[in-house]
Every structure is written in C-alpha cells, then in structure tokens.
Design a protein around this ligand. Structure first.
Ligand code: NAG
Ligand code: NAG
Ligand code: NAG
Ligand code: NAG
Ligand code: NAG
Ligand code: NAG
Ligand code: NAG
Length: 454
C-alpha cells in the first residue's frame, strides 16, 4: 500500500505548502485572508508586546514608535476586512497602552523624539478604530477611541503657528528636538486628514473648516502643487519663510494628502472643487509611484537607499488608495486595477526567508529581492488586503454604525501640563541624551542626508 506513495512524493507533499502558500487569488477573500494572515504573523515576529519584558504596542529596535502606529492601522483594517478576531485584543491593548496617561498619544517615553507627524500617524490609526467600530476600551475614566482621536486633533491644532510661513504646524512638538524649525508636509497632512475624517464622522463642520484651512496652507506654501499631475513635496525650513522647499516626493506624503482630499470630497457631498483636487492628486500618485502598474517608492527603491521608515511607506499609501476608492467612487476605475496588479506582484515576493513566506521590498521582480523587515511585511499586508475594500462597509459615521464615545474638548486640559511635565523629566535625567540625539540629527542634516521621521 505504501508503495503507492513513494518517499519523494511524500516529501513533495510536505514541501508543497511552502511554495503554494503565497499563491494569491485576487478575487477570493479566502485566499486574500489566508495570505495576509501569514504576512501578519511575519510582522508580529518583530512585535515586543507579547514577549517577556517587552513593551505593549512597540516593535523591536530599530523600528520607531511611529511605525508601530502605522502597523496597527494596517492590522485594524485586516481585522475588519477579513473579519478575523484573532488579534483584536492585541490591537486594542496596544492602542490603549500607547495613548499615554493623558490619552493623547504623547506617551512619556517618546518625549525625546516625538514629532507632530508621529502623533498624527497614531491619530489616523485610532480614527480607523473609530470608523471600523472597534469596541471602546473599558475602565474607570478611560475615554473612547473617538475622544482619543479628538485629543490628537485638538493638541496638534493648538500648535498651529501662523508666525512663520503664514501657518502650518512644525515637524517637532518640543523645542529641544532638532527639526523644530522644519515645517513638514506629513505633520500637516495628518492634521488635514484627521480633521476631514472627524468632520465626516461626527458631522461637525468645525473640523471641515480646519481641514480646508490646513489644505489651503499646504497649497499656498507650495508643498502641494495642484495641476493635472499634482506634486506633494516634503517640507521646508521656517528660516526662509518655507520658500526653500525640499522637493523629495514620498508615497506616504502623497497618500495622506490624497486620502484627506477624498474624505473631504465625501464629507462635502461631492463638490466639484474637491473632485478636481482628488483627480489631480490621484493623477500624481499614479504617475510617480507606479511603474508598469506596480507600486514602488520612487525616491529610493531603485537606488537601494530606502531606510527603515521609507521601506514602510507603501503600506499607508495602499490604505489611502483604498479609502480614496471608497470615499470618491469615481476614482475606483483608476485605483482598483493598480491595487490588483500591485497586490499580485507583492504576493510573488513573499517567498523569502526561512519560513518561505517573507516579503520583499521591490515588487517589480517577481520574487523575493533579499530585503526583509517590518516595513516589507506591512506594505504587502496592506496592498493585498485593500483588494477587499469594496466587499465590506465603508468607514462608518456616527450615524451609520459607529459607536465610540467622543469628547470634543479631549486633550485640551493636558496641553500646558504635558509640555511642562515632559520638560521637567528631560531636565532631571535625559538632558545629556537629548543633546546627543539632537547633535546626531543635526549632523545628518548638515551632511545633506535624507532625513525623515525620527
Ligand atoms: C485568522 O487569523 C489567524 C492568525 O493569523 C490565522 O491563524 C487564521 O487562519 C485566520 N483565519 C482565517 C479564516 O483566515
Ligand atoms: C516606557 O518604557 C518603560 C521602560 O522600557 C516600559 O516599562 C513602559 O512600559 C513604557 N511605556 C510605554 C507607554 O511605552
Ligand atoms: C511667508 O509665507 C507665507 C505663505 O507662503 C506668505 O503668506 C507670507 O506673506 C510670507 N511672509 C513673508 C514675510 O514673506
Ligand atoms: C451633505 O448631505 C447631507 C445629507 O443630505 C447633509 O445633511 C449635509 O449637510 C450635507 N453636507 C454638506 C457639506 O453639504
Ligand atoms: C461617499 O462614500 C460612500 C461610501 O462609499 C458612497 O456610497 C457615496 O457615494 C460617497 N459620496 C459621494 C458624493 O461620492
Ligand atoms: C458597533 O459596536 C456597537 C457596540 O459594540 C454595536 O452595538 C453596534 O452594533 C456596532 N455597529 C456595527 C455597524 O456593527
Ligand atoms: C465641534 O467641534 C469643535 C472643535 O473641536 C468644538 O469646539 C465644538 O464644541 C464641536 N461642536 C459640537 C456640537 O460638538
């Protein structure tokens, strides 16, 4: 009997799952969710929160705090799109723990390094929890996810600075961090998008007014260049009134601006102003960040110079394209085929590593390219799961299925005390450390290197 199944056949059977597992059927939710489950397991290999002595909500070094925020945004979407509850409590615990004691995503541990962009990325993630109706955390005096998103909005908006460059928030929150004089696109794009989403979700027009103001500033200052194929540049120093613009183009800047515009289009019931803006920014996105219909990070991927942060950008970019396709349905015919081609290409690169399903950085080559890490996993996860974006409900509003408890004034009371408290902490123990970090960043800056979120 056994001779019917010779040893080499048995081996083949045992081995076949490895080569078979990342076969992606882009039209099957079972295939998409099986593949993304494997990819998420690869992500969680870098997660500290489930290890002995590890910090909940943090990924291991060298992955910074902001990237954890980006990662949990992708995981909330996977939980919702695949309706798989396996990691629901892991996600909720991480979101709650990293909110910090004031529930505004300025946890004490990050004071040394946290910028408006880092807080903003976490803000978009907790907003996703709201729009996907993730159950609010429980406990005495623990606010809902909506109140936490509002706290992020309120604290960043309170930092709006019209003394320089006619407006905008700076890159850094704290004066002792270098980069304090740089006003970057991502910080302002996160504020813009968070305002747009809060406005759409709550129906409170004040948020939409703020979103308009932030967007207008991004255009006035020349960071967003509206034309048929729009540009989104990185930022500028306040020293020359933000006129000497760093003209690097990153998919995450472009994506967060695009997603915000799509939410504005939807929240304003499809005004032609926002329709034109979405069209132009999308045309830029498809021109600069796709080659042969496959997504790539234009500024660094071909040169093999992408750093850890940059290797994760296609992740949030994919999520934003998905939201755009839903919020501004006229874009679906453009976006959906690009997601499909990119998802199929990404899956083909998830055949690396000792587990046989580690994903690569470049999706152009049809196989794993030798790069691996948290960013590579996140990008593959998000582009593949975005295939399901039309199969599940659109992000909820308060009136269409959302249930999180809000508080329009959240975070405002912590505004002055937080900075003061953190300043004291710094004086006590970390001043030397802060000086060293500042010196390193400054050296990098002056060396003309590409410098990104810290
Ligand atoms: C749900 O996620 C878990 C953990 O990744 C995975 O083992 C399981 O196969 C997933 N279920 C489905 C139906 O994909
Ligand atoms: C802050 O860092 C300490 C020491 O590593 C850790 O025990 C604690 O859990 C961290 N808190 C947060 C919110 O990350
Ligand atoms: C600084 O830039 C802003 C925005 O572009 C502009 O409105 C303002 O007039 C400029 N100020 C000066 C002094 O040039
Ligand atoms: C959009 O339409 C809804 C429902 O018709 C209405 O309540 C809301 O005021 C409109 N919003 C805008 C900005 O026109
Ligand atoms: C807003 O988004 C919803 C959900 O996708 C969609 O049904 C609706 O048509 C959108 N509104 C406009 C004006 O396109
Ligand atoms: C949102 O969550 C609440 C509380 O868990 C629940 O009652 C409600 O049915 C959920 N809404 C949707 C659309 O699932
Ligand atoms: C609308 O939002 C603004 C800004 O946060 C807030 O001051 C105001 O109280 C809100 N209005 C309502 C009715 O919640």
């Amino acid at each position: 009997m056994y001779s019917l199944l010779p040893t080499h056949m048995l081996l083949l059977l045992l081995l076949s799952p490895l080569s078979w597992c990342m076969d992606l059927d882009t039209s099957s939710s079972a295939s998409i969710c099986a593949d993304t489950a494997l990819i998420q397991e690869g992500m969680l290999d870098y997660y500290e929160g489930t290890r002995y002595g590890g910090t909940v909500g943090m990924f291991q070094s060298p992955y910074y705090w902001w990237e954890a925020g980006e990662a949990f945004g992708g995981m909330i979407e996977n939980w919702f799109l695949c309706q798989n509850d396996t990691y629901e409590s892991l996600i909720s615990e991480a979101l709650l723990y990293q909110a910090g004691t004031s529930y505004n995503y300025i946890p004490d541990n990050q004071t040394m390094v946290e910028g408006n962009d880092d807080q903003g990325i976490w803000g978009l993630t907790v907003m996703d929890a709201v729009e996907r109706n993730l159950t609010d955390p429980t406990g005495d005096n623990v606010p809902g996810w909506l109140a936490m998103a509002q706290a992020v909005f309120n604290t960043i908006w309170a930092r709006w600075d019209d003394q320089h460059c006619g407006g905008g928030v700076r890159w850094q929150i704290f004066t002792w961090n270098s980069g304090y004089n740089y006003k970057n696109t991502i910080s302002n794009a996160c504020l813009f998008q968070l305002a747009a989403r809060l406005g759409r979700y709550t129906g409170n027009d004040t948020y939409l007014d703020v979103a308009e103001e932030v967007f207008d500033w991004l255009v006035d200052v020349g960071y967003v260049v509206l034309k048929d194929t729009a540009n989104v540049f990185d930022g500028a120093d306040i020293g020359d009134n933000c006129t000497d613009i760093t003209k690097l183009e990153w998919s995450y800047n472009h994506g967060v601006v695009l997603g915000g515009a799509a939410y504005m289009y939807n929240a304003t019931n499809g005004t032609s102003t926002w329709q034109t803006r979405v069209t132009q920014i999308l045309q830029g996105a498809t021109t600069y960040f796709f080659r042969d219909d496959i997504m790539y990070e234009m500024a660094c991927q071909d040169y093999k110079t992408c750093n850890n942060d940059q290797r994760s950008f296609k992740s949030i970019f994919s999520r934003m394209l998905g939201f755009t396709s839903v919020m501004a349905p006229f874009t679906a015919d453009t976006i959906d085929p690009l997601i499909k081609a990119s998802a199929a290409a990404a899956a083909q690169t998830c055949n690396g590593g000792t587990d046989g399903h580690t994903c690569g950085l470049s999706w152009q080559g049809g196989t794993h390219d030798g790069y691996y890490g948290l960013g590579e996993q996140m990008c593959a996860l998000e582009v593949i799961q975005t295939l399901l974006i039309h199969d599940r409900p659109a992000p909820y509003k308060e009136t269409t299925g959302g249930s999180s408890q809000g508080n329009a004034n959240a975070g405002l009371d912590s505004l002055s005390t937080n900075v003061l408290k953190n300043e004291l902490n710094i004086k006590q123990k970390d001043r030397a450390g802060a000086a060293v970090i500042t010196a390193i960043i400054l050296a990098t800056l002056l060396g003309g290197a590409i410098w990104m979120l810290f």
